[in-house]
Design a protein around this ligand. Sequence first.
Ligand code: AMP
Ligand code: TRP
Length: 339
Amino acid sequence: MAEPTFTPRVFSGIQPSGGLTLGNYLGALKRFVDMQNDGTHECVFCVVDLHAITVWQDPAALTAQTREAAAAFLAAGIDPEHSILFNQSQVPEHAELGWLFNCVARMGWMRRMTQWKEKAGKNSEEASLGLFGYPALMAADILAYHATHVPVGEDQKQHLELTRDIATKFNHDFGRDFFPITEPVIGGPAARVMSLRDGTKKMSKSDPSDMSRINLSDDADMIAQKFRKARTDPEPLPETYEGLKDRPEARNLVDIYAAMTGQTTEQVMSEHAGAGWGQFKPALAEVAVETMAPITGEMNRLMADPGEIDRLLSRGAERARAIAAPIVKETRAIMGMVG
Ligand code: AMP
Ligand code: TRP
């Protein structure tokens, strides 16, 4: 059978489950903007509110965080005229295809997901069914657009492998090369930005310690203070990046510096070899403030007009639906559903 060709299309999503962090910006948003601007792909970006509710969300907070996430996409440089930007629940095809994929995916596949194990923890009997099925909905997000490329941080790699498994099984079961086998786009120095308090844990919006992360809403003083207090070891920076192998906290700060300046990690090392933390941390804080301040400012400006954000999201949802609806309709037909 000839390989079908798919339009090069990017899809990615961010959960509105709290304020966004520098990890979201460097690992995801900044790279979304690069992919939008290189112009080789059609881009679809989504605030995944249906994923956020797999754990409890206060309704008023969910509304505010959805608008804040949309503002972050826009402030980072997503152009809503060019790319499609919307929130997931406004396009019912996501939930619909998610259900169809619940019937393709296997329990054993889901049970192996590290995010499920981490989030459900010891209390998995009390976790929502939605949390268990989370990766099937994520596969639906991507495949409802026949997306070919998905830029994400390192933590999403296993979910993208599962998306490929679902597409492969569907295509095989129904004897059609209908869904593309999506390529993950993961990489660069910021694929996994770590906590500022513990270099072995990822920086996360759900970490109880606010000092562990830079929030997109932090002001310049707060950013400088958090980097000043970031955990490190007493050694100065070595000559090479290789020399940071067993120094996770130090390596994380070098990675963040590289991602923000667009340098390679080796370039950062050659510029700062021998520097102590008293020198490197202020340099890092300065770069961070320079990068983040305009984005934070623009986010605040946008959030002052929630009506405008809501209009943009609804308009984005209409455009998204125009792509997803025919694909999901054909999926139903392939499965033998009438109508
Ligand atoms: P989430 O906030 O979990 O919805 O994540 C949205 C996107 O940000 C995904 O592509 C994640 O992989 C990415 N991301 C989240 N935290 C980090 C981090 N600490 N380092 C790099 N990427 C991250
Ligand atoms: N699971 C992703 C995260 O927590 C968010 C997400 C949902 C996503 N659907 C997606 C990312 C589709 C990429 C593509 O980071």
